[in-house]
Write a protein that binds this ligand. Structure first.
Ligand code: NAP
Length: 489
């Protein structure tokens, strides 16, 4: 039975609590896992604190830390099939997508392994005096609590674990309750690669009872959180009394803007992937489609025709193109958003219900749904449903497109489709979002920063800034020929 990993030991929860993990595709039991409470959270923080204050990792040369991460990348590739299978069983995600995720996770470890070896940009500062040496060095922040969501469990963990370890921190990882298995797998690989005991710890358990105590613990120096906006606010508030460093990767309500001159076939194709990939359970999903008026009717007709053909199925059904939602409760939330949209005047063009197929009845499936004639004030346009629900708004010209796109508290990602490079770049520069795609949707690379403007987050993951999040800059000034100042004489 998967257990907690604290101070280099696999351990049961102190109070003996366990949780059943069920596959969203059919509700079958995947495994029973140990479930941490506050005492386990405190023990994991104690182990990470001890490993930071007395263990070898923070003082290990950066190049050596980098080599260990490169070794982890190799191990991830070796175990790709096993990890991808575990991810698919926990999330219900297509196996092929889980395999891509593991490739991306290995690439992330490789990137931060190489970046660690390059060094953190320590520098000598010119002071203008012959008798002083001044330099800026980068040190680890300390004990980092890393809290991750269920949609990309291993990937989101990697975006935090790899840079945090590269920088020399010790960590406590808390994955989301329904998707613990690849976090367990990652701890095993880190151990196999030679990470010292206590450097990486794993707490499996619920947000309020395991995550809450971790974020409030005064021995923790930093919390890096990926998840929903409401939880992000709670995390920030819990970290405030002890003034922890906080990094937040929150949700999005991402605009996908299609101008009338866009390549019709490609833009329709990508509009589907933008929103229905992983059944919409993607923070950067293109859930708000904005189409220029002259193109609107033909574009939406074609989109709806193709959306109706999307085949749903379990992770190992090779004909399926999208899977279930994570839980029954989440499906109910998505259903409530669609109902609110219809009540507020949206026009249902397809979907809007659970599939009729009896083979899918045991899973938490929901049909790809297109809501047309939407308006900016509608709840389903403003809030993140995190499901396979596309809202469509029409616009007239560039200024209205930008205004509609930015009319949201979120600022994670967005896309613009046009054959006019000048228009594309003007719109891209005016979108208030951390990532903008031109004539594309979804790609990212570990070399480029990822994160949100406005209420989509604080800080950045990936790229050099993703490493800097886990470092403190320290200025060391050395007076090499000290003599009295005599200021007060
Ligand atoms: P969530 O409900 O906010 O949970 C995220 C994590 O926080 C889970 O591990 C959860 O634990 C934990 N948690 C819950 N309450 C907590 C508390 N009081 N203190 C500390 N931790 C707590 O989000 P989710 O439903 O898992 O994920 C979906 C959200 O993540 C969406 O909004 C999505 O947009 C966002 N997301 C953002 C990005 C990005 O890069 N910006 C990437 C992926 C996902 P339990 O689940 O175990 O209760």
């Amino acid at each position: 039975m998967p257990k907690l990993f604290i101070g280099g030991e696999w351990t049961a929860a102190v109070d003996g609590r366990v949780r059943d993990i069920r596959c969203p595709a059919d509700g079958s039991l995947v495994a029973t896992v140990d479930e941490a409470g506050p005492k386990d959270a405190a023990a994991a923080v104690a182990a990470a604190r001890d490993a930071f204050d007395r263990g070898p990792w923070p003082g290990t040369p950066a190049a050596e830390r980098g080599r260990l991460l490169l070794r982890v990348a190799e191990l991830l590739e070796r175990d790709k099939a096993r990890l991808a299978r575990a991810e698919s069983l926990d999330t219900g995600k297509r196996y092929v997508e889980s395999q891509i995720d593991v490739d991306d996770v290995a690439a992330c470890f490789r990137y931060f392994g190489q970046l660690a070896a390059v060094g953190a940009g320590d520098r000598v500062v010119a002071t203008g005096g012959a008798d002083t040496e001044s330099r800026v060095v980068h040190e680890p922040v300390g004990v980092c609590v890393l809290i991750t969501p269920w949609n990309y469990p291993l990937l989101q963990a990697a975006w935090k674990v790899a840079p945090a370890l590269a920088a020399g921190n010790t960590v406590v990882l808390k994955p989301s309750e329904p998707t613990p298995h690849t976090a367990v797998g990652l701890m095993r690989l880190l151990t196999e690669a030679g990470l010292p005991a206590g450097t990486a710890n794993l707490v499996l358990g619920a947000g309020p009872t395991a995550g809450g105590p971790l974020t409030a613990d005064e021995r923790v120096d930093m919390v890096s959180f990926t998840g929903g906006q409401a939880t992000g606010r709670r995390v920030m508030a819990a970290a405030a009394p002890t003034v922890k460093k906080v990094a937040l990767e929150l949700g999005g309500k991402n605009p996908n803007i299609v101008f009338a001159d866009a390549d019709f076939d490609t833009a329709v194709d990508y509009a589907l992937t933008a929103v229905f990939l992983h059944s919409g359970q993607v923070c950067s999903a293109g859930a708000r489609l904005l189409v220029e008026d002259p193109l609107h009717d033909a574009f939406v007709d074609e989109l709806v025709a193709r959306a109706r053909r999307i085949r749903l199925g379990g992770p190992f059904d090779e004909r399926a193109r999208a899977g279930p939602l994570i839980s029954a409760a989440h499906r109910e939330k998505v259903e409530a958003y669609v109902a609110a949209g219809l009540a507020e005047g949206a026009v249902l063009r397809c979907g809007g219900s659970r599939p009729a197929d009896p083979e899918l009845r045991a899973g938490w499936y929901y049909l790809p749904t297109v809501l047309d004639e939407c308006a900016p004030g509608m709840t389903v346009v403003r809030e993140e449903s995190f499901g396979p629900v596309l809202t469509v708004e029409r616009f007239h010209g560039e200024a209205e497109a930008v205004a509609l796109a930015n009319d949201t508290v979120y600022g994670l990602a967005g896309a613009v489709w046009t054959r006019d490079p000048g228009l594309a770049h003007r719109v891209a520069s005016r979108l208030r979002a951390g990532t903008v795609w031109i004539n594309d949707f979804h790609p990212y690379v570990p070399q480029a920063e990822w994160g949100g403007m406005k209420q989509s987050g604080v800080g950045r993951e990936l790229g050099p800034a993703g490493l800097a999040e886990y470092q403190e800059a320290k200025h060391i000034w050395h007076n090499t020929a000290p003599s009295p100042l005599r200021w007060f004489e």
